[in-house]
Ligand binder design. Structure first.
Ligand code: AMP
Ligand code: MG
Length: 514
């Protein structure tokens, strides 16, 4: 591995605390603080994403030193590691300074094409931003992040990537259900990578602290490095920056709706300025279609982060970013326009996306009604979101619809409900007849928009249980399946969530404990 080519631009370009002080504290005026990794004594590598490692310019594992690096056991002598400070709004409230509490940066690396990727460990120890927590991660949350971020990538959805996963060799204490029953769990550490891990919260922190010079510098840095479409000399550059972040965010949320992904903790510190899905915690794919579904037990009272709220919340989060950038843009009307446009753009893109799911070449008049109709049907009849579209692909009016859709329901279906489904299928067939493309092209649209494999929470649950017992069979199968989500490699994964997992923690709901 090219460990000697990893650089640390944040430490050299921005104000940083280079003291290495491990004390958890407020760090005003700096963007990052150097911090040591845990130096695990007995770690054990579980997965290494060699292909990704090659792509980002890090290369293959060649010697023990490389494995020790991934495992957060030891580092090349000169390598400085650090955590960044950010703030955020959590569940709608200002939370002040947060920061990388259990993510530690090693820096960034360039590949042959000159593209930079930042690399972090997650779970490699406490940082100045750990806020009385241990900076460790348990196996269950690390497996979930590794597999899900890779699943999202292969679905074609902007996301951070997973580079490696290891047992840390330590036991970690967690009160998983926050009910006073703490227990030891296997600890883990992963490495992850992204062009940038900058979050809305980085900008919020600098703005709240009145560090306007650093804020400006960070915005310029982001524009120059990640937004080549923006003219760095334009007087409008910061508004353009906000507009582009807003558009990328809209694209990401449209994709989440396409595959039925619920993030679960859309706090502003978990929002990437590159529009990447980031910080995988109590997330879930939808099994049964439900706009009110939130996988996060902490979110259950208000359902702020429920599936159907995600566009509204993204806009709310962008509003916080607008506030943070106000001192650079100083024009309320511009910011308001961009925020309002988010809504319009989102719904246009959403309907275009839904059209593809149904195999329509373009959105025609009345389609929005058909989409709402379908959503209502799936919600009322407790229909599996992914399986519904799969069955729709192979449906035609000569097929017995009751048999064809038999396996998509999560509750017993009444005659009345079957009638509703039949009615919808009739409307759908009429609409398909108005398509301007061939049946084959329509099917291709559907096949590229509708995944056949989604990484359901019950599969992750089973995989984690197996790994805890030292077995890797399901892990390897899931890795293959998630790399080919638009194919049906293992038919046994193309089924709805088994009944025994209804209401089971870790399958339908999850806590934030990780
Ligand atoms: P999250 O809800 O995972 O986005 O985390 C919110 C904040 O808490 C972030 O600043 C995290 O870095 C921090 N945090 C979460 N878990 C831990 C942990 N085990 N140790 C230290 N910090 C943590
Ligand atoms: Mg987070």
């Amino acid at each position: 591995m090219n460990l000697d080519q990893i650089t640390q631009q944040y430490l050299s370009l921005f104000p940083a605390d280079l003291s290495g002080n491990p004390m958890q504290r407020q760090t005003p005026k700096v963007l990052s603080s150097t911090t040591e990794i845990a130096h695990f004594k007995n770690p054990d590598l579980i997965i290494f994403n060699e292909k990704l490692s090659e792509e980002i310019g890090l290369g293959k594992i060649e010697k023990q030193e490389d494995t020790d690096f991934l495992n957060a056991k030891s580092l090349p002598a000169e390598m400085k590691t650090y955590a960044t400070a950010y703030a955020g709004h959590q569940f709608g409230n200002w939370a002040g300074q947060l920061g990388d509490g259990r993510a530690i940066f090693t820096g960034e690396i360039k590949n042959a094409e000159g593209q930079k990727s930042e690399i972090q460990w997650k779970g490699a120890g406490a940082t100045p931003y750990s806020r009385h927590a241990d900076g460790r991660a348990v196996l269950r949350s690390s497996v979930r992040e590794y597999l899900m971020s890779e699943a999202m990538f292969h679905l074609g959805i902007p996301t951070t990537r997973a580079l490696s996963l290891s047992f840390s060799g330590e036991q970690v204490v967690r009160d998983m259900l926050y009910d006073g029953n703490a227990a030891y769990e296997k600890g883990a550490v992963m490495t992850r990578t992204a062009p940038s891990f900058l979050r809305f919260g980085h900008f919020e922190l600098l703005s709240a602290q009145g560090e306007i010079e650093t804020l400006k510098k960070l915005a310029d840095f982001a524009i120059e490095n990640y937004f080549p479409e923006i003219d760095i000399d334009s007087p409008n550059k910061y508004a353009d920056f906000f507009k582009t972040v807003s558009e990328k965010t809209a694209d990401m949320i449209v994709d989440w709706f396409r595959v039925g992904f619920v993030h679960g903790v859309m706090n502003t510190d978990n929002m990437s300025i590159l529009g990447l899905t980031i910080d995988y915690g109590p997330f879930s794919f939808l099994d049964e279609y439900d706009l009110n579904f939130t996988p996060n037990t902490t979110d259950l009272p208000g359902r702020r982060y429920a599936f159907g709220n995600q566009a509204k919340i993204a806009q709310w989060n962008l509003w916080q970013l607008a506030n943070a950038l106000f001192s650079l843009i100083k024009d309320e009307s511009k910011l308001e326009k961009i925020l309002n446009d988010f809504n319009t753009t989102f719904w246009i893109k959403h309907d275009e996306m839904m059209a593809k799911k149904f195999g329509f070449d373009q959105v025609q008049e009345g389609d929005d009604e058909l989409f709402t109709n379908a959503q209502q049907l799936m919600q009322d009849l407790k229909i599996d979101y992914t399986l519904f579209f799969k069955q729709l692909e192979s449906y035609d009016e000569n097929i017995d619809y009751k048999v064809h859709f038999k396996e998509v329901f999560y509750s017993r279906t009444t005659e009345d409900q079957f009638e509703k489904l039949k009615e919808f299928l009739g409307l759908y067939q009429n609409r398909l007849a108005k398509n301007n493309i061939s049946k084959a092209d329509s099917l291709t649209l559907m096949k590229t928009a509708n995944p056949k494999f989604i990484l359901r929470n019950y599969l992750l649950f089973e995989c984690i249980n197996e790994l805890n017992e030292g077995k890797k069979d399901l892990l390897n199968k899931l890795l293959t399946a998630l790399e080919n989500p638009y194919e049906e490699i293992y038919p046994e994964f193309s089924v709805k969530r088994p009944n025994e997992y209804d209401g089971q923690t870790g399958c339908s709901t999850l806590s934030c404990s990780s």
